[in-house]
Design a protein around this ligand. Sequence first.
Ligand code: FAD
Length: 379
Amino acid sequence: MSHYDFIIIGAGVAGSAATYHLAKEHRVLLLEQFEFQHVRGSSHGDSRIFRHAYEDIRYVKLAVAADEAWRELERLVDDKLLYRTGGIDIGHEDDPALANIEKALQDQDCPFETFTPNRLAQPFPAFELKRHHRALYQADAGILAATRCLGAMQRLAVSRGATLLEREEVTDIDLDAPVEVKTQAGRYTAEGLIVTAGPWLKGLLKDLELPLSVERQQVLYLEVEDGPIFGANRFPIFIYRHENRAEVYGFPRFEHPTAIKVADHANGTEIDLEQRHFDLDSNKALETTRLVQEILPKVTSKRVRFQTCLYTKTPDNHFILGRHPLHPNVVIGGGFSGHGFKFGPILGEILAELARQGRSRHDLSLFEPNRFVAGRVDR
Ligand SMILES: Cc1cc2nc3c(=O)[nH]c(=O)nc-3n(C[C@H](O)[C@H](O)[C@H](O)COP(=O)(O)OP(=O)(O)OC[C@H]3O[C@@H](n4cnc5c(N)ncnc54)[C@H](O)[C@@H]3O)c2cc1C
């Protein structure tokens, strides 16, 4: 039986990031149930939005830290991972979310511009907003090449001496220190454990009864007319906050030469992991396409491909980052509620700090696991 300083369960963005951080000074084992960079979890695909624009200052601060951390990772692996296209948040002119974002960005000295519908069409001609819309533009936003980001983190972890094992599903854990983890292939012990199992987190830490739900999401690649105006130099990533709860987002032509990737953040389907399928939900696809076309009339209804992916959601949509309430040597990272990828390297830093010394230099007041389990577990 091999012994490590830390074992990490799950090689998505959170677990991979924690591994390369800890591997700098410790003996680390990362266990992944499927093959590395598989498509059954949440971190696959070729693009994720990076932005500072959040309503809560704590996320803006974290995003600013993540910005620097992505640059550092790019330097360490000598690869480009973040493509700055700029980003626009679009909504009703009275939408309080836009006002809150504006305030939070101002507070953190993050540069942005606001646009009326007519003015936005000058730099970004693909957009045709309604008269009641307002847009907030941030030049620092962009696209993370997600699968390459994951590959970069995992390569860095290996070059720092970590052991990464794929196709090793963790089937049993003894959380008492030192922890013991069983897979079909073997047994491993460690001083500390980090559980970053994404949609499988609730099942692995059953006793905590974490209130996590898993949602199936689908992303569509829709062909565009007038290709040049959808290029990354003239078309930023966008989030369209529709009055009736939908939150459609999209990317420039980046992964596909003639199509843009779009999805509806608020229109997932809650699923049971055992029943998961990879087929298209045509009704939802039609609805997403219709919403995108409201502000982007040159996006056609022709779908060139689609992909499915999972969100693991908490009731308040804030992350879970903290120590296990009963086992201080176990750290939990999950419930990223469909917006965790952009923080990847910082999530890794936080998880590593929590595993090593039980606290982080970052403000984790939104993310305490105890907000869900306090009162239910004996301490
Ligand atoms: C369609 C889509 C679009 C998104 N867009 C954005 C975006 O634009 N910007 C953004 O910031 N975020 C975005 N997100 C959210 C972001 O991708 C996720 O928050 C993030 O990838 C979650 O990572 P994770 O490491 O927690 O989970 P995962 O990537 O699911 O990783 C968990 C891993 O644990 C492994 N595992 C589970 N159980 C076991 C076990 N028993 N033994 C061994 N291994 C195990 C799994 O196989 C999996 O590989 C999006 C998500 C989706 C689905």
